[in-house]
Design a protein. Structure first.
Length: 279
């Protein structure tokens, strides 16, 4: 009996020593990433398998609006979000006092002016209804697109902070309807024109329609590139930095983004690669 006890004792001791020799880094670090349905969420999802091989366990948390992802990071409910550009984040910080910042860029997508009723801008009639984003930053970008299309004139030219109150020229007497960003695509049956992000067509199972805009923004400025937002006190966190690096280096991420934009290079760029188009 003593021999048996001694045998198991030695096995237990050996197991304890071996366990102690396993480095802590072998335990996967868990990171909660917030996004919204569409290409950003799909890109994060595509990264999960290879990130796990690198010791990073990604938990994707999807939101259906543009307010909660920042609230969640600010309140430490998630670690990082990926859905917004610098312009949007600056406005959110100004309005709500978040202590957030971007630690890397992930995607620059154009916006487009779409219609279920017309195939060219010339066909748009007087009094047409146009849905535009209702948040201050993206509304400015949408109005700049309408100005580029020659449909309106803004008070301060190319000012990115324009609102519907800054429209000083409206020859077709367009009726501008302010709508929550993710709902713009759903407004298409009820309006003549809508400012829509191409990725929303992908989420709606209409990938081919992403390339059918009457005009695209063409803004290739990283100010409008979506990035990874974290709390300022975690900006140097090695786990979060690792996540961004893995994202930017991942072929799976590049492939899914390209697929979601129907392999159409006019719809997006990968901003960390420095590939930017002119206006």
């Amino acid at each position: 009996m003593a021999t048996t006890f001694s045998h198991y004792a030695r096995r237990w001791a050996l197991g304890f020593v071996l366990a102690a020799l396993v480095p802590l880094s072998s335990v996967a670090a868990v990171i909660k990433v917030g996004s919204i349905p569409g290409v950003t969420s799909d890109a994060v999802q595509a990264l999960i398998p290879e990130a796990k091989k690198q010791g990073l366990d990604i938990e994707l948390v999807e939101f259906t609006d543009w307010t909660l992802p920042n609230e969640a990071v600010n309140n430490r409910d998630i670690d990082v979000n990926f859905f917004q550009h610098e312009a949007f984040l600056r406005n959110a910080i100004k309005e709500r006092g978040y202590g957030l910042q971007l630690i890397g860029l992930g995607l620059l997508q154009n916006i487009g002016l779409y219609s279920n009723k017309y195939r060219s801008l010339d066909q748009v009639p007087k009094g047409a209804t146009v849905s535009v984003p209702n948040d201050p930053v993206n509304q400015g970008r949408g109005l700049l697109l309408l100005q580029k299309a020659g449909l309106i004139t803004l008070r301060n030219g190319l000012d990115t902070g324009a609102t519907v109150n800054d429209v000083v020229g409206n020859p077709k007497q367009l009726k501008l309807v302010e709508i929550e960003g993710p709902q713009l695509i759903h407004s298409l049956p009820d309006v003549d024109l809508a400012v829509v992000w191409p990725s929303y067509f992908v989420s709606a199972g209409r990938k081919a329609d992403a390339g059918k805009a009457l005009v695209y923004s063409g803004i290739a400025d990283t100010f409008y590139a979506m990035g990874f937002a974290v709390r300022k006190d975690r900006a140097g966190d090695p786990v979060l930095q690792q996540f961004v690096q893995l994202f930017q280096q991942s072929k799976a991420v590049r492939d899914i983004i390209d697929e979601r934009f129907d392999h159409n290079p006019n719809l997006y760029t990968l901003p960390w690669q420095g590939k930017q188009r002119s206006e």
